[in-house]
Structures are given as structure tokens and as C-alpha cells.
Design a protein around this ligand. Structure first.
Ligand SMILES: Nc1ncnc2c1ncn2[C@@H]1O[C@H](COP(=O)(O)OP(=O)(O)OP(=O)(O)O)[C@@H](O)[C@H]1O
Length: 677
């Protein structure tokens, strides 16, 4: 048990006194033993003197040896044997036993002494430690005191002591950094800095000139004829509404119809099929009402149309005056007004539409608008093209940080890399104490360090990624979509399969800005836009867009870009600089192969094939097709039943969902007899 220092000190004093007393005792004993030896020698010596002096004349008081002892006790030499024996035996025995005792006592005391010495050593060590601690404490206190003194002096001199402290701290950190920098070699920069001061963004001469002026979209006569046919159709159903006027757009004409007093807009909407019949057209779209206007809009395709040139839009005032962070050219609206959106605000874009509806052309337009705006050090591009045909023309673009990804598996890995890059960027922002990329780039301009580029990931077919590894692809996309806006990472994702297996709830929730090209059914339209309408589009670049922050859809015609235009632009910029790929997939975890269980492919798995056969038999025999019906009859979950129903629809065994009307069933029990085998 450790004693308090004061008590240890006093016990030390006591021990010291005890030791000195013990040493005195030992010395005294030693002296007494030595004294006894000397005494013995003296006696013997005196005895020899008596022997030698034969002629000695006795004095009165002297006694002869013969008087003291019997004559037989004295030998011939006169020596007294008895006495000699007594002296030899008795005296050394006493002394020896005495010495033994003393030795035992000494050994015991030496052991005690050793114990005391150990304790003493421990106490001394403890004392040394305390002394070292108090020395450090003292020097710290002195430093603190000096600081206080300096602060007080600074205050007296009218300075802010905190600024001095901050400066001192900064100097300390700088010194530590310098030491660390000396110790660790400078890491190789991933991308070698390249002088881009000479870099020229492409000129509009590289794009084709528009020839829209030479085409009459709708002749006045045709317009008048359409207007009359529309009015007749409305009148023939005894609905009080008046065709007010028409707006002629690049692809469609919108007739604005004003309902009469007390007429419900629904009564006009109900005439959609009849109006299509009267105008001998298929694709009619109605807006009831046109947001913010007292009209119902009836949109009919123009008899003539001409592709819109990207060049026209790049020359427009809207583009030139645009101050968006990442401006994207979308196209022309119904009135022929250029529509440009800001990807930084979107901040991600989901594009869906049937095959051939114009998605790839639209994505090429979006890429070109970025290439016309950004230098390679301002924008990084990642192009994922599982179809292998769409982005091939862009493979030399210097903005690319990975070669165009053609396979789904590496594509998912690239997405994982983007997640890691996003996290790295957050650390960089934190280091510079800024909240987002805009703040970082402002600071970079003010302080002269390198700006952070925007990164845009463009995926041409999401379905392929979802089939390869649904879990990983969906997880990575959701994570990027949720968090990457602040660090300047954006995604544009397209698919031609607008089913719930591809555009899942998670994807939809994270991609609020969506584009719907023409789709085959209103169910697909609802999957993409949460409302019908995309099934009535005209195809070839005609799309509906819900812009960020606006709660209504805009109908837009996308510009057309031909392959030779893309080639010319890419040659122009790649002639100045070639891409330097910095994405390192070896740093990313491998792709999870188990992610397809819930995907589209799962229907085609062994167990699911059996389930699909059961579903076909059930639907054919009952002539009923609804998800909840399948759910009950096959005793499966809702998601699985919905997946089966979708598959039945894809295989044209059942019709599409049409509001509350039951789906049509196109298969008979005889046709699916084979499913029983
Ligand atoms: N904006 C447009 N203006 C005029 N024509 C267009 C436009 N967009 C597309 N087209 C026409 O439609 C065709 C198909 O377009 P695109 O390849 O973009 O379709 P897609 O939706 O990507 O099809 P898929 O999903 O099969 O790749 C084009 O070759 C072109 O002829």
C-alpha cells in the first residue's frame, strides 16, 4: 500500500535512526568479542612469565603455585595442566556461542536492513518521479504565465490577443506540417496539371445550320380545317366549349378550348377518343386545364415537322444570357421558346421512353451542351453505355475520367468509385470549411488553389445495371443521388424499360426531375411521371419534362444532332487534349452478384418459371387479371404478384392497367394447357 509522502518521510527518518542504532550495537559487539580475545592472550602471556622466572624470591604476599594447587596437578615443567585445559575449553566455547548468537542476530538484522533498503529504494524512485512531474508542471505553469503576461501586454497595447494566439497556433501547425512533409514524400498527383489556358471550347460552326425557315409546319388552310373539325366534334356531343385559338409549335399545334359557363373540364377530356377520330389522328394529348390559364389544351401533331438544330439553340439569347451552373439544352416548348435547365438544381435526371423515342439523341444533346460550356478541368464525365452503340462517338472527349464503360459489371464498380469520390470531396470541403462546391470554387478563385470540377455520370441503360447487380447499382445510385449535389456530382440515367423493376421506388424517390419520351402505355407513363400523358407523345424527340421546382409538365421537342456533328465537335476538342483516366477500379469493392433476386431476371429463374406458369393457368382459367387476385390465389407477396402481372402484360397475355377497369385477358385455358406439364 502506498503511503502518503509525508508519512513515508517520517518512517524513513525512523528507519535511519534504527539502522544507526543497529550499527552501533554491532560495533559494540565486535569490540567486546575482540576484547575477549586480547584478554585470553594476556593471561597466557602472564603465565609464561611465571614459568620462566625460576630464581624469583618470593615476597610475603606472594603465593607459590604449589600452594594454590596439588603437587600432582603440576607437571615436570611446572605447568598447571588443569588450569591450561580450563582456559582452552571453557573460554573459547562461551565466546563461540556468544558469537554465534550475535551472528544470528546480525543475520536477522541484515535481512531487516535489506528489506528497509528495498523500501528505501522504492521511496527514492517515487520521489524522483514526483520531482519530474512537479518540474514539468512548473515549466507548464511558467509557459502559461508567460502567455498570460503576453496577452495582458497585447491587450494593454490595444491588440486582439486571440489573433496572436491563432497566428502562434498556425505557425505551430505549419511547422508540424513542414516536418511531416519532410518525412513523407509528396504523393504523385493523379492527374498531371495541364495548361488549359489555350483550350478553346468548340465553335457553333462545327454544327449544322438549321433549315426550319424553308418548311411550313402547318398551312393556314390546314389549321382552319383542323379548328373546324375540332369545334364540330365538341358540338356534336353537345358540350358548350369554344375553340379559342391555336399555338403552332415545332412538332405540335395546341388548340386552346374555352369551356362555357358551368361546363366541367372532365366533359371535354371525355371526348378525347372522339376528337382523335374526328381529326383522323391517334396521338392527342389534353391538358385540362392548361396550368394558370382558363383553357383546356388539345395538342395535335403537325402535318409537317423539321428537326430542330442544336446550333439554333446555342445561338439563342436564352443560352447566351444563361447563368446556370450546369446549363443543359432541353429543346423548344410548344410556343417555340428555348428551354434550358440547370443540372446543378435538378440535381439528377431520369429519362425513360420506349425504344426509338429519342432518348439517345437527347443525351447526346445534353453532353454537347456541357462540352460547349466547360473546359476539361471544369467538368469530368463518366459515360456508361451497356448498349455499346450510343456513346462510342464520345470516347476521345478529354473530359472523360474513365473510358466509356460498356459492361454492366464494371459500370456498377464505377458507380461505387463515384460514391468513394463523393466521400473524398466531402472531406476536402470540410478541410476548406465550405459547405458546397460553389463555396469551394469561390475560395479557390480568391486564394488561388485548384477549383473542384463538376462530375456528371451518364448511364444509357439502367435496366442492364439493375439486372447485373440490383442491390449494388440501386444502392450506389441512391447514395449518389441523395448526397452528391453539394460536391458537384450529378447523374443522368436513361432506360427504355420504364417498369417498376428498373424505376424502383428508391430510384424514383431520388430522381425527382424526370423526362418521359413516348411510352407504350399510360401505366409506363405513370411509372415515370406519376401521371398519364407520355403514351400520347409523338416520338422522335417529343417529350414531357417536369423541371426542378415547377409542379407541372412542359412538353418539349428535343433538338436533333447527327453523328457527323458529334464527330466534328469531339475532333475539335480532342485535338487540343486527350482524356486522362483517373478512375481506379482496383480501389473499389467487387460487385455483389446476388442482387438479381428481385430483378426482372428473377421471373425467368427456375422457381419463378414455375410460378409464372401457375399465374398463366390461374389467369386463363378464371379470366381475371389483377395483382391482388394473383396474390391471393398463389399465396405470394404483393411485389412478386405485381412482377408476375407485369411479365404477363409484356408477353401480351393480359392487357394494360386502365384505371379501375379490370385488365383484359387474352389467353384461354386451352392455349396454356402446356403449362400443366
Ligand atoms: N430530336 C429529334 N428530332 C428528330 N428526330 C429524332 C429526334 N430524336 C430522335 N430522332 C429520331 O429517332 C431515332 C431514334 O432515336 P434514338 O436512337 O435517340 O432513340 P432511343 O430512344 O435512344 O432508342 P433506343 O432506346 O432503342 O436506343 C433517331 O435515329 C432519329 O431518326
Amino acid at each position: 500500500m502506498a503511503l502518503p509522502f509525508s508519512r513515508k518521510k517520517s518512517s524513513l527518518r525512523l528507519m535511519k535512526a534504527g539502522i544507526s542504532r543497529l550499527v552501533d550495537t554491532i560495533e559494540a559487539m565486535k569490540e567486546s568479542v575482540a576484547g575477549a580475545d586480547e584478554e585470553e592472550e594476556e593471561i597466557e602471556y602472564e603465565w609464561v612469565e611465571y614459568e620462566v622466572d625460576d630464581n624469583h624470591v618470593l615476597e610475603d604476599d606472594e603465593v607459590l603455585a604449589e600452594d594454590l594447587v596439588d603437587s600432582d596437578e603440576i607437571d615436570e615443567d611446572g605447568a598447571d595442566q588443569t588450569f591450561e585445559e580450563d582456559e582452552d575449553d571453557a573460554l573459547p566455547d562461551t565466546i563461540a556461542s556468544e558469537a554465534e548468537k550475535e551472528q544470528a542476530v546480525m543475520a536477522a538484522e541484515a535481512a531487516e536492513l535489506a528489506t528497509w533498503r528495498t523500501e528505501l529504494d522504492a521511496l527514492l524512485k517515487d520521489r524522483e518521479e514526483r520531482s519530474a512531474y512537479f518540474k514539468t508542471y512548473l515549466s507548464d505553469s511558467e509557459a502559461r504565465f508567460q502567455r498570460m503576461l503576453a496577452n495582458t501586454r497585447a491587450q494593454l497595447a490595444g491588440e486582439d490577443p486571440r489573433s496572436r494566439e491563432i497566428a502562434e497556433e498556425a505557425a505551430k501547425v505549419a511547422a508540424e506540417d513542414a516536418l511531416a512533409a519532410e518525412a513523407a514524400p509528396e504523393p504523385e498527383p493523379i492527374v498531371q496539371p495541364v495548361d488549359l489556358s489555350e483550350y478553346q471550347v468548340p465553335t457553333i460552326e462545327l454544327l449544322d445550320k438549321p433549315n426550319i425557315s424553308s418548311v411550313t409546319l402547318v398551312t393556314p388552310e390546314a389549321l382552319e380545317a383542323q379548328k373546324n373539325a375540332l369545334q364540330d366534334a365538341i358540338d356534336s356531343f353537345a358540350v358548350d366549349a369554344h375553340v379559342y385559338d391555336a399555338l403552332i409549335g415545332p412538332r405540335i399545334t395546341q388548340f386552346r378550348v374555352q369551356p362555357g359557363m358551368g361546363v366541367r373540364v372532365e366533359s371535354i377530356v371525355a371526348l378525347q377518343k372522339n376528337i382523335a377520330l374526328a381529326l383522323a389522328t391517334t396521338n392527342i394529348r389534353m391538358q385540362a386545364p392548361i396550368p394558370g390559364e382558363p383553357f383546356v389544351g388539345i395538342e395535335i401533331g403537325n402535318s409537317n415537322s423539321v428537326p430542330i438544330a442544336l446550333r439554333t439553340l446555342l445561338q439563342s439569347k436564352a443560352w447566351r444570357d444563361c447563368d446556370y451552373e450546369i446549363p443543359l439544352i432541353m429543346g423548344l416548348d410548344i410556343q417555340g421558346k428555348p428551354i434550358i435547365t440547370d443540372l446543378a438544381k435538378a440535381p439528377h435526371l431520369l429519362i425513360a421512353g420506349a425504344t426509338g423515342s429519342g432518348k439517345s439523341v437527347c443525351m447526346s444533346t445534353l453532353i454537347l451542351s456541357m462540352l460547349y460550356k466547360f473546359k476539361p478541368d471544369e467538368l469530368e464525365l463518366v459515360l456508361i453505355d451497356p448498349k455499346r452503340v450510343e456513346f462510342g462517338l464520345f470516347r476521345q472527349v478529354p473530359h472523360l475520367i474513365h473510358s466509356v464503360v460498356a459492361d454492366a459489371k464494371p459500370a456498377v464498380q464505377v458507380l461505387k468509385w463515384v460514391v468513394a469520390e463523393m466521400e473524398r470531396r466531402y472531406e476536402v470541403l470540410a478541410e476548406k470549411q465550405v459547405r458546397n462546391i460553389a463555396g469551394y470554387n469561390e475560395k479557390a478563385a480568391a486564394e488561388g488553389f485548384k477549383k473542384m470540377p463538376f462530375t456528371v455520370v451518364i448511364i444509357d441503360e439502367l435496366a442492364d445495371l439493375m439486372m447485373t447487380s440490383k442491390g449494388d447499382a440501386e444502392g450506389a445510385l441512391a447514395r449518389i443521388a441523395q448526397l452528391s449535389r453539394a460536391v458537384g456530382i450529378h447523374t443522368i440515367v436513361a432506360t427504355q424499360r420504364p417498369s417498376v423493376n428498373v424505376i424502383t421506388g428508391i430510384i424514383k424517390a431520388n430522381f425527382p426531375t424526370r423526362i418521359a419520351f413516348q411510352v407504350s402505355s399510360n401505366v409506363d407513363s405513370r411509372t415515370i411521371l406519376d401521371c398519364k400523358g407520355a403514351e400520347s407523345l409523338l416520338g422522335r424527340g417529343d417529350f414531357l419534362f417536369n423541371p426542378p421546382g415547377i409542379a407541372r409538365l412542359i412538353r418539349i421537342q428535343s433538338p436533333m444532332v447527327e453523328d457527323h456533328e458529334i464527330i466534328q465537335v469531339v475532333e475539335h476538342i480532342s485535338g487540343q487534349r486527350l482524356p486522362e483516366f483517373r478512375v481506379d477500379l482496383s480501389t473499389v469493392a467487387p460487385v455483389d452478384q446476388g442482387g438479381t433476386q428481385m430483378g426482372i431476371e428473377s421471373i425467368e429463374g427456375e422457381d419463378d418459371e414455375a410460378l409464372l406458369k401457375k399465374a398463366m393457368l390461374t389467369v386463363a382459367e378464371s379470366q381475371k387479371a389483377s395483382t391482388s387476385f394473383l396474390q391471393r390465389r398463389l399465396r405470394i407477396g404483393y411485389n412478386r404478384a405485381a412482377l408476375l402481372m407485369e411479365e404477363l402484360e409484356d408477353r401480351m397475355h393480359v392487357g394494360p392497367q386502365n384505371g379501375s377497369t379490370p385488365r383484359e385477358v387474352f389467353i384461354t385455358p386451352e392455349e396454356v394447357e402446356w403449362c400443366k406439364k
